[in-house]
Design a protein around this ligand. Structure first.
Ligand code: PMP
Length: 438
């Protein structure tokens, strides 16, 4: 033990009490709750750079970064200034605006998509991409991988039935069987399973959707050539390849996961989805892709899709400012900070005798409390959640806010400077020992 005082959390606890009385579970997105690790979530009052301040006045190095968006750190002065100017001009008009054109140009310039449509969440982006894929191909079946999260779209909240190539079961009450009976769920990184379903349903698969590199079961990188294989297989069967870069886009690298494989290997997805970083901390997301596919969207084509706040001027202004500031130096900095933290975490856990594996793709990484390489959801499920819970709370008490779940990436930003990184390094040995004792 360090003798470090446990942080005062009365104000968070009081707010959580009130929240529980008016909001299910006291939170507006389940992963913010501490159900997986126990305890009371900290209510954050403000954030600057790499640091969060809670309502009791405790400060934490933020390793969540709003689950990805805050690539530049919190309250970046230039983003704040652009947003303040935009707010002064009014917050939503329901008409076309210049910032949405500029942001679309920025995304088209940086990714393989030719046309882009803005929405307000990653969920909407994947939902719309799937509708478009079905509308474009005139087919109904979709293929996804177990452990890949694409938002809370009914047809994508599906879990694998028994055996491969069977249609999926609803992943949650409230999703009717009819919503998932056209979804096939396969093990990730499994080429044979992909070959098999395409051979079995050669004329029925509208699209295969995958996280470009899964980050929602912890980081599970695609094995070399896997995404290229998916793109090629889809094309061979006349299905669309939908690469979900909501998490990895403008985060894993300047060009997202595609910058690490497609750009190098010379292939492109038919459709892509984006969110998080491109919204600069505001509700903005997008789907885009081949011009001939995107032209099927209303009002150009027959596939309907719309949104009152889509392309909102504040959100697109924040996203544009963020992407323009996301230079090579930003990614180099985040990559170097990630390398330092990965090495120190691994070292501390090894010294404490805790089974673990660190996995990454570009600047994104996660630490699995499990033995051996994690290449799919079955492997990820071997994570020792009890050890992680003890580790998480020790880190939190030492001023480091990790994701309150063992199955998440740890996010860094350009603002994670030496002081922030050192705070993480200092906290690791005790936390690793707490994990060992759990
Ligand atoms: N796709 C991926 C890969 C995601 O990581 C997420 C969110 N974590 C989503 C889609 C859904 O995005 P949102 O939460 O904005 O609906």
């Amino acid at each position: 033990m360090t003798g470090r005082p446990t942080p005062e959390t009365t104000a968070s606890a009081a707010l959580f009490e009130r929240a529980l009385a008016v909001t299910p579970g006291g939170v507006n997105s389940p992963v913010r709750a501490f159900n997986a690790v126990g305890g009371t979530p900290r209510f954050i009052r403000s954030a600057a750079g790499a640091w969060l301040t809670d309502v009791d006045g405790n400060e934490y190095v933020d390793l969540i970064c709003s689950w990805g968006p805050m690539l530049l750190g919190h309250a970046h002065p230039e983003v704040q200034a652009r947003v303040a100017e935009a707010v002064a001009r009014g917050t939503s008009y329901g008409t076309p605006t210049e910032p949405e054109v500029q942001l679309a140009e920025e995304i088209v310039g940086r990714t393989p998509v030719e046309r882009v449509r803005f929405v307000s969440s990653g969920t909407e982006a994947t939902m719309s991409a799937i509708r478009l894929a079905r509308g474009f191909t005139g087919r109904d079946v979709i293929v996804k991988f177990a452990g890949c999260y694409h938002g809370h779209v009914d047809s994508l909240l599906a879990s694998a039935g028994s055996g491969l190539a069977t249609f999926a079961l609803p992943g949650t009450p409230g999703v009717p069987v009819s919503s998932t009976e056209l979804t096939l769920v396969l093990p990730y990184n499994d080429r044979a399973a992909v070959e098999k379903v395409f051979a079995e349903y050669p004329d029925r698969i509208a699209c295969l959707i995958t996280e470009a590199a899964p980050g929602n079961m912890g980081v599970v990188p695609p094995e070399p050539g896997f995404n290229a294989f998916l793109a090629e297989t889809c094309s061979r069967y006349g299905a669309l390849f939908v690469s979900d870069e909501v998490m990895t886009g403008f985060r894993a690298s300047k060009l997202g996961q595609w910058g690490l494989d497609g750009a190098v290997e010379g292939w492109r997805p038919d459709l892509m989805t984006f969110g998080k970083v491109m919204g600069g901390g505001f509700p903005a997301a997008a789907f885009g892709g081949r011009a001939d596919v995107m032209s099927h969207l209303a009002p150009e084509g027959p596939v309907y899709q719309a949104g009152t706040l889509s392309g909102n001027p504040i959100a697109t202004t924040a996203g544009l400012a963020t992407l323009r500031l996301a230079t090579d130096e930003v990614y180099d900095h985040i990559g170097a900070a990630a390398d330092t933290i990965k090495a120190a975490a691994s070292d501390a856990l090894s010294k404490a005798g805790v089974a673990h594996v660190v996995q990454s793709t570009g600047t994104m990484f996660s630490v699995f409390f499990a033995e051996g390489t994690v290449r799919d959801f079955t492997d990820a499920s071997r994570t020792d959640s009890t050890a992680y819970a003890a580790f998480f709370h020790a880190m939190l008490d030492a001023g480091v806010y990790l994701p309150p779940s063992a199955y998440e990436a740890w996010f860094l930003s350009a603002a994670h400077d030496d002081r922030a990184v050192q705070t993480v390094l200092d906290a690791l040995p005790d936390a690793a020992r707490a994990a060992a004792a759990a």
